[in-house]
Design a binder for this molecule. Structure first.
Ligand code: FES
Ligand code: FES
Length: 181
């Protein structure tokens, strides 16, 4: 667990030693806070912005539950300081889908029974989203590479891989089947 102090609302005074101002776009919304320089991005998202869909499973870069999209790339937010993300654009699981709807990955995880307890699911989906955005062909090998840093204690991975392939087809992302002569 991380115990960095909570962010303060930005004031007009000087930034105290050990603190820094961060400006981010999070799920399309501009945010600015003064944070302890040691604050992890995952803690900033969860504790200061209330975006608790991003989970903390290990805090040591092993489980992938904290995966978010930072400037178009899937990253483990327990491995990034909030100040390192300054000026960037973050998408969390809360911002993945259009308002009131579900993203194709969320629909596919539901249809393919790709979750049980759901603890790993936000990170799995954000890592899979990184693959679908990458321009890579989506097949078993590329999915396994994209998700190799994400652990699931419940489902095994077969249905998760199926869900990512189904979402790729729904989003017209090239899949192995379509690119094989
Ligand atoms: S909480 Fe970040 S990888 Fe486990
Ligand atoms: S669904 Fe429970 S950890 Fe993955």
């Amino acid at each position: 667990m991380s115990f960095a102090p909570a962010a303060r609302e930005v004031d007009e005074g000087a930034t105290p030693a050990g603190f820094a101002r961060v400006q981010l776009t999070v799920n399309g919304r501009a945010v600015e806070r003064q944070v302890d320089s040691r604050t992890l991005l995952v803690d900033f998202l969860r504790k200061d912005l209330g975006l608790t869909g991003t989970h903390v499973g290990c805090d040591t870069t092993q489980c992938g539950a904290c995966t978010v999209n930072l400037d178009g790339v899937a990253v483990k937010s327990c491995t990034v300081l909030a100040v390192q993300a300054n000026g960037g654009a973050v998408t969390t699981i809360e911002g993945l889908a259009p308002a009131g709807g579900l993203h194709a990955l969320q629909q596919a995880f539901n249809r393919c029974h790709a979750l049980q307890c759901g603890f790993c699911t936000p990170g799995m989906i954000m890592a899979a989203d990184g693959l679908l955005r990458s321009g890579c062909t989506v097949d078993d090998a590329s999915i396994e590479r994209a998700l190799e840093g994400n652990l699931c204690r419940c489902t095994g991975y077969v249905h998760i891989v199926e869900a990512v392939k189904e979402a790729a087809r729904a989003l017209c992302v090239p899949t192995h089947r379509e690119t094989t002569p």
